[in-house]
Design a protein around this ligand. Structure first.
Ligand code: SAH
Length: 355
């Protein structure tokens, strides 16, 4: 038995079933046994891989996208470059390498990583030693334009699941039954119909609606962009409209696993409902997308950059080309993954969204 399994089981025995969101939050973020707190989850040896780990071109294009926006915004002398959930720091390292020759850009950057995991902070420090770290976006200094990047961050935040039952919409919980965790809805769980979008409220019994985590981050992104200027680029996998369904999934050693079986040892994610992100963060901002990751990266010059790199480095050419395909092709990460841009309307429009 893992330590976390015992801890969660004891907590449920003492207090009754816990909401799925609390279960997910503890599985990922328990200070000692949480999934992200213990190890580096990415890469071949890990449980899953992400776009920056697949190809350097991903971070490079995002870097050029941000540097070009910064120039069109008049090259402000100071910008807060913030990455939420930076993983191993690969995206930022690639971004910085690609923009090293943009006059004045690096001098303007104050880089902050928002990261909860000490293990991953150490990885990030090895790649980007001059960054600052914060536990929460709220701790990042205000007063300068914000350039924010979040790749596969919102999918890792604890989501609430509401189930349509005979009594209305009620929160899905996790119970400990005998020797295992079982999702269920306590009979007396309060009715939460008002949290479900009106057009979905009449769904048949058994339907599930997920409420994305990250409300605080979304609100802060909105406030900061409005007050200080700048833009946020949010990339994740999910859907652009509200939908129904249980998307909670576990990945272990590159295979799907049962989300309730090995708490703390598998990655847990949900699909991101971009409509919820936009509803929380988009008010009074310019909202572009979400567009498919493939369309976004190709608009930023994915194919040209891949060809250039391949030409300069023939032994890696094949790898570079197939990695770019993996990021952008429709049957791979090109459409399920999406890019959303939120920006201050007084700033120029960020590139890559066909405007
Ligand atoms: N962006 C990276 C990693 C994605 S995995 C990549 O694309 O490779 C999710 C990241 O978010 C990890 O770095 C994880 O430790 C971090 N994270 C998850 N929940 C967090 C939270 N509540 N606060 C801060 N960081 C969090």
């Amino acid at each position: 038995m893992s330590g976390l399994k015992d801890i969660l089981a004891a907590q449920i025995r003492a207090n009754g079933p816990m909401p799925v969101a609390d279960f997910m939050g503890l599985c990922l973020g328990h200070p000692e046994h949480g999934y992200y707190m213990k190890k580096v989850p990415f890469g071949r040896e890990g449980d899953f891989t992400t776009a920056p780990e697949i190809s350097q071109v991903f971070g490079e294009l995002i870097g050029l996208h941000l540097a070009e926006l910064w120039m069109r915004a008049g090259s402000p002398a100071v910008v807060q470059l913030v990455e939420l959930g930076p993983g191993r720091g690969t995206l930022m390292a690639d971004l910085l390498r690609a923009t090293a020759r943009v006059p004045g850009f690096h001098d303007a950057l104050h880089i902050t990583f928002v990261e909860m995991s000490p293990v991953l902070r150490a990885e990030q420090k090895s790649r980007v030693p001059n960054a600052a770290w914060a536990d929460r976006l709220a701790d990042v200094p205000e007063g300068a334009p914000l350039l924010l990047v979040a790749n596969e961050f919102f999918d890792a935040l604890p989501a609430r699941q509401l189930v349509k039952t005979a009594h209305g919409w009620q929160e899905r919980h996790v119970d400990w039954q005998g020797d295992r965790f079982v999702p269920m809805v306590p009979e007396d769980a309060p009715r939460l119909d008002m949290l479900v979008p009106a057009e979905l409220r009449g769904a048949p019994q058994g339907s599930i609606f997920e409420i994305l985590g990250g409300a605080e981050e979304a609100t802060l992104i909105n406030r900061r962009l409005r007050a200080d200027g700048g833009a946020a680029l949010i990339i994740d996998y999910g859907h652009d409209r509200h939908g129904l369904g249980d998307t909670l999934q576990a990945m272990h050693a590159h295979e799907y696993a049962d989300p309730f079986e090995t708490p703390g040892d598998a990655d847990l994610t949900v699909h991101v409902d971009f409509a919820q992100v936009t509803a929380r963060a988009g008010e009074a901002l310019r909202v572009l997308g979400p567009v498919g990751q493939g369309r976004f990266l190709r608009a930023l010059g994915l194919d040209i950059r891949t060809a250039m790199l391949a030409k300069a480095n023939p032994p890696r050419a094949e790898h570079l080309v197939s990695a770019s395909r993996r990021l952008a092709d429709a049957d791979q990460m090109g459409t399920l993954f999406k890019a959303l841009s939120l920006s201050n309307p007084d700033w120029p429009a960020p590139a890559g969204f066909d405007t």
